[in-house]
Each structure stands twice: as C-alpha cells, then as structure tokens.
Design a protein around this ligand. Structure first.
Ligand code: SUG
Length: 417
C-alpha cells in the first residue's frame, strides 16, 4: 500500500552558522552566531514526533561524516592543513535539509512502475556539492528493494537541488500525478540554483510521461528576495497547490496548464497584498509541511516564525475560517535550523511508496526516536561558537557522536560509507 513517508534529516553534531549560502538571507545574517547542535537535533526529533502524532509514516536520514575528509583529500589537503573556508565547507551539517537530497517520482507516475529517486548534485554551493556520494550510499541502502531505482546525480554544471524544486499533485498519494519541476533562470543578485536542463534530465531518468510533466520558471524577484529554493514560496500535497502570488514567473500560464491536466486541482494562492514576499520568506509560511493527516484533515505544519508574523498568521486564520482546502495548522519549533534558512519542509524528503519495501532501519516510531534522542543528549555538542570549528576536541566529539548514532541505529556500514 502506497503511503507518503517523510524522511527527516537528523540534524548533525556539527550544526553551525558559517554563512555559506549567498542568497539564503537567514544563513548569511546569522553567520558567526553561536549554534546549539543538541537543541537543534532535539527540535528536529520533536517535529518528527508531531508528524507521528498525526498518523503519518516517518523516516530518517542520518548525518553525514563531518568533516568530509574524502572531499578534502580530493582537494589535496586535510582538516588540520585546510584554509578556514574549506574547513567550514567540509564541516557543515547541511545534509539535515533532506528536501535537497533527491527528487522522487513515485511508482504510479513512472513507465516501469518503480519509484525513482535521483540524488541532487547541489553544485551551486561548494559546501553542499560534496553531499551527494553519502546521500547516494544512504538511499541505495534504504531503497535497495527492486521496487525502487536510485540514480546518481545529473552531471555538474547543470545545478540540481532535488525535491525542494519539485512538486507533485495527485488525487491521492497512490494515484498517478502531475509533476512540476521548477527551475530558475535568473535571481538578480543571487544565484538561480536549479537549472532547467537538470529538471529535464531527471524527468527522463524517471521515465515520466511528458504529458504529465510541467516545467515552470521560478520568478526572478522571488529568488532576488531570498527564495533560493521554490519550496520557500510554494508547496503541494495531493490536490492542493499552495503558493505565493510571486512564486512563479508566469503563474497564470502554470495554473492554466495544471488545470488542463488535472481539473480537480485546488490552487490556494496567497496575494502579495496580504502577505508580502518579504514576510513569506521571513516567516517561511510556504516552507511548511502540507500533509494529509490519518484523519483525512489537510494540515499545514508551519514554523513558529509563521505564528509570530502578524500578516501571515491573520491570513492563515482567515483561510481556516473559510472552509478552504487547508483545514488545520500545527506549529513546530525548528528555530536552530530556521536560522540557517531551513524550515519544516526543508528538513524532510517525501517518498510515496509502500513502507514495507523500505529498509526498516530508516523508519522510526516513538520508541526509536527515544533512542535517537538519548544518543543526541549524550553525544551532541551543546554549543558551537563561531571560530571553534578548528578545535581538535570538537572534531573528535563530532566524529564520535555520529558513530554512536549509526551504531544505535544498526547502520554501522555507513560509518565509512
Ligand atoms: O542550502 N542552508 C541551506 C538551507 C537549505 C534549505 N532547504 C530547502 N529550502 N529545501 C542552503 O542554503 C547554510 C549553512 C551555513 O551557512 O552554515 C545552508 O546551507
């Protein structure tokens, strides 16, 4: 039976604020702030518990080896000798943002009836460009069943940021859907990370029916305002597309094409006069998890920053009163991740599939989350100050913490990936 599974990246022990992502305003504004990796990981675990409480199936993707010695070796250096900018880029806990791990096309959409996953190359940001080998190793383990096809990334130069720039609409998760790939052409002062060429390659790899695929350009003003991924300004679930008025370069064209392919689609567009692009990006209203709870209630899981924003909260209250597609709102606290530009939706990769086909070590219930939380409490650094990333004792602690977690999860084969 096909269900939507949210695989959350467990926030790694090296979580810190190094200001590595130009175009991501939260990350650049918080460069040099003190990070709290333990609190961060516990916030992520609490979010997963809230998902379980809604009756959803929950998965995990563990933190990657940090520092990434293999990447440094390919650059002919090591952590002790590397210049500080390479130290920071090899040490980032950025794999926590699992929405950037891969693009996923569930089995009902593909010509061979398999669920296809293509690992994202993340080439635009150097600190993210070396995530893919370990992501590929993890996904090949989690989705080893022949019901899945896990593809390596599309070649560099064609930037691919994974599911953060991909939306799927379908009558239900187990029905054939329309897949929308959102690319950027220009972002003014900031890079457009997702390239159309990469979208087209992924659609071919996944053997999608071209009649059920749309390619849409992200609006340059959204990127320039800080929406470095489409999932900062739009999210989809089953029949509902929830988007900001300025998310797409040609919203009318996209909506018309979508309605022609899926007459039952429900488009909820938030007008800029109610919520400005700036408020949308500051509050991460759209970087919410839009889910169908086990009760059938379509629920929007927003970060606390959305409740704190008067314009956003008032729009949400009006929508809830109006008998519209979104029937409930849940608030979660992921502020450590938010300060690096990662909201509830960034932290998860959605895979619609039969949970029985997934390696069970990648699935969690409350009991397993207790065990993960115990490892975090015992091993994750409490704080990482700006400037501490060269500290040898910190490096040892980070390496030991990941080892302890992978051992507890019985995923020791990932220790040396
Ligand atoms: O790629 N931040 C991430 C945030 C990714 C959010 N993901 C989605 N929108 N799906 C990024 O910009 C900051 C790390 C630092 O600066 O230390 C960072 O990589």
């Amino acid at each position: 039976m096909i269900r939507e599974i949210n695989f959350d990246g467990i926030i790694g022990p090296s979580h810190n604020y190094a200001g590595l992502s130009p175009g991501n305003l939260a990350a650049t504004h918080n460069a040099g702030a003190t990070a709290r990796p333990r609190a961060a990981a516990l916030q992520g675990i609490a979010k997963m518990r809230a998902n379980l409480a809604l009756g959803l199936v929950q998965g995990i993707l563990p933190p990657h080896a940090r520092p990434d010695d293999r990447w440094l070796a390919a650059l002919h250096t090591d952590y002790a000798a590397a210049p500080v900018h390479l130290k920071a880029r090899s040490f980032s806990a950025s794999p926590m943002w699992a929405a950037n791990a891969a693009t996923v096309s569930p089995a009902p959409d593909t010509a061979d009836g398999r669920c296809h996953l293509t690992v994202a190359n993340l080439v635009t940001m150097p600190h993210r460009s070396h995530e893919w080998p370990e992501t590929l190793a993890q996904l090949r383990l989690a989705f080893a069943h022949p019901g899945f096809a896990v593809h390596p990334p599309v070649p560099a130069s064609f930037g691919d940021e994974g599911a953060a720039n991909h939306m799927r609409l379908a009558a239900s998760h187990d029905a054939p859907g329309i897949e929308i790939f959102v690319y950027g052409e220009s972002g003014g002062r900031f890079p457009a990370r997702q390239h159309r060429e990469a979208c087209e390659a992924v659609a071919r790899a996944h053997r999608l029916d071209p009649a059920h695929v749309l390619f849409a350009q992200q609006s340059p003003e959204a990127i320039a305002a800080g929406a470095f991924h489409n999932d900062v300004v739009a999210v989809a679930n089953e029949r509902t597309l929830f988007a900001h008025e300025q998310a797409f370069a040609d919203h009318d064209g996209l909506y018309a094409a979508l309605r022609a392919r899926m007459p039952g689609v429900e488009i909820v567009e938030v007008p800029a006069e109610r919520v400005s692009l700036d408020d949308a990006i500051r509050s991460y209203l759209f970087n919410a998890q839009l889910v169908t709870a086990a009760s059938g209630t379509q629920t929007l899981i927003v970060p606390a920053e959305a409740r704190a924003n008067a314009a956003v909260w008032s729009w949400l209250q009006d929508h809830l009163r109006g008998n519209r597609p979104i029937r409930a709102v849940e608030v979660v606290d992921v502020r450590e991740s938010m300060a690096n530009g990662g909201g509830p939706a960034c932290l998860r990769l959605r895979v619609a599939c039969d949970p029985a086909l997934v390696d069970p070590r990648f699935l969690v219930d409350d009991v397993k989350l207790d065990a993960i939380a115990a490892v975090v409490e015992a091993h994750w650094p409490e704080r990482i100050e700006a400037g501490a990333i060269g500290d040898a004792a910190l490096i040892d602690q980070v390496i030991a913490a990941r080892r302890a977690l992978l051992t507890a999860l019985n995923l020791v084969e990932l220790i040396d990936r």
